[in-house]
Design a protein. Sequence first.
Length: 280
Amino acid sequence: MMDSQFRLDGAVAVVTGASGNLGPIWVGALLDAGAHVFALDLARAAVSPGLQARLDRYAQPTSSAGRPRLHLHRADVMDRDALVAAQAACAEMMGVATVLVNNAGIDQPASSTGGASSCRMEDVPMQVSRAILEVNTLGTFQVCQVFGAEMVKARRGSIINIGSLYASVSPDLRLYAHMDLDPPFLKPPAYGASKAAVVNLTRYLATAWGPYGVRVNALSPGGVLGAQDPEFQRKFNDRVPLGRMAEADDLTGPLRFLASDASAYVTGTELRVDGGFTAW
């Protein structure tokens, strides 16, 4: 049995970017802890297999009050009116959210085929940088404004902003040097800048909303195992004291900790879940 401090039975949680790479991990962690989850993503975003499996299991009302355990709502974090409508729909369907996971964001993972991520520093398009900064930072802030304001009224809540190891360190371009691309793969410079801003925003909101019982923390994952090529994985693992990339189960416990009463006296902090990558 999960320790009662880590339980979220009956709580309402919102997860943005629910169909993204990490979205289903956060949704599953919250569902397993007993929460009702109001998942947000773009209208054009395809539902990932991981999220669809959870929708198939949890989307139907399962309580006497007729509340579903999981609902997918379409909204853009850059659209204020859509977020206000989403907040109202969440409150009507499940209740006022007291947990918010700001996961929506833009990234460009390494690809052996190049494409938009293949670029020289001097040629990075301004529109790419602008989109990353706006969605990752301003979008996160706007979601906090809309859903956090209701937490302030309720005088309780936990906001978890998803950061990155690249909020603290620069990407090591040598990890991608084996890719035969011209121009080479380039992690967007705006990505780390946006995540560093998210960590600072986290501290700002923690101090502003602490008196109202609302905690705000950042969870910064390291590299998460996926479809990366074997050479990238080898080089990345060599940079990690624990010798491997993160897997889904490595992230669920830290999220539950920050979302639940187990972290009742934790706010304004960045929890790095990176296997020690940023310790070197």
